[in-house]
Ligand binder design. Structure first.
Ligand code: NCD
Length: 305
């Protein structure tokens, strides 16, 4: 049960919660498609505190709350808030909790959402904490695989790109390890997933590390591609050496297994060529669109209406 609980790490949702969120997401998705009006959050307020750039996550959270009939107050640019006067995260969160019923927070520091949850009297949703996790993205990623491939069990899933700094892959690998899947990790050697995430996977999780994308192309059912996280590099020359490490183009698509798909949390830089967008393998825009019904499901479960 998610009622009144914060969602900071993907481990905050157990298998039953996950199934329930998927089920409600599906019905929210159908309601949206049918143009049905849902007003179950009438009178509720969501505060979005974004201390780091965002397009999809903030807009889809806000769209979700509006679609549910609730309202939204937002700090989209922390430099325009009292943070620029030196206010602590703890104080900002205490105030936001007194102005709203649920708080969505994105912050450049790993652990910030957990810290916020300690000072908040209202549930906190982690919308990305530095190189930590991005649990709501993970739930919509799982929802997308289910919708597009029918199921998650039995699939081979390649996580490609910046596995060191990319928070979406950190929460995704933890979630995938609960299913019967093969996971292939494809990254430049300097951008491998941190050991502490691997150490958290249950015994028996099937994970293979492979630097060479070419070898993986004919094998995977899902390619979860990520951008190199420029903002996490202290040395921009290091970043420049790594851009262009992997690239999906039409030739790549031709070598892919039948029915396999390409996902991406977006924004993409150069890791998927625009020509791929027009193929039926490209699922990243649909994935982004699922952000709304999945976040509607999450909000309604936490605020239980
Ligand atoms: C991701 C993020 O912010 O971690 N974007 C998103 O929320 N869809 C991925 C990224 O920025 O690379």
């Amino acid at each position: 049960m998610l009622k009144n609980r914060s969602l900071v790490s993907i481990d905050d949702v157990d298998d039953n919660d996950l199934e329930e969120i998927m089920r409600v997401s599906d019905s929210m998705n159908s309601a949206l498609q049918a143009g049905k009006k849902i007003s179950i959050m009438d009178g509720k307020i969501m505060a979005t505190l974004f201390y780091e750039a965002s397009t999809r996550t903030r807009l889809s959270f806000e769209s979700a709350m509006n679609r549910l009939g609730g309202s939204v107050i937002t700090v989209a640019d922390a430099s325009a808030s009292s943070v620029s006067k030196g206010e602590t995260l703890a104080d900002t969160v205490r105030m936001a909790a007194s102005y709203s019923d649920i708080i969505v927070i994105r912050h450049p520091l790993e652990g910030a959402a957990r810290l916020a949850s300690k000072f908040s009297s209202k549930p906190i949703i982690n919308a990305g904490d530095g190189s930590g996790q991005h649990p709501t993205q993970t739930i919509l990623d799982l929802f997308t695989i289910r919708k597009e491939l029918g199921k998650i069990d039995g699939k081979t899933i390649a996580l490609v790109g910046d596995l060191r700094y990319g928070r979406t892959v950190h929460s995704l690998i933890l979630a995938l390890s609960r299913f019967d899947v093969n996971i292939i990790l494809v990254s430049p050697s300097s951008l491998r997933i941190p050991d502490h995430f691997l150490a958290r996977l249950p015994k028996g999780t099937r994970v293979v590390v492979q630097d060479d994308l070419e070898r993986v192309i004919p094998e995977a059912d899902v390619f979860y591609v990520t951008r190199i996280q420029k903002e996490r590099f202290s040395d921009q020359n290091e970043y420049k050496k790594l851009i262009g490490s992997y690239s999906f183009d039409l030739q790549t698509v031709e070598k892919m297994k039948k029915n396999s798909i390409i996902m991406h949390p977006l924004p993409r830089i150069d890791e998927i060529k625009p020509e791929v967008d027009f193929t039926d393998r490209a699922k990243y825009f649909r994935q982004a669109a699922y952000g709304v019904p999945v976040r509607m499901a999450l909000i309604s479960q936490i605020l239980e209406a």
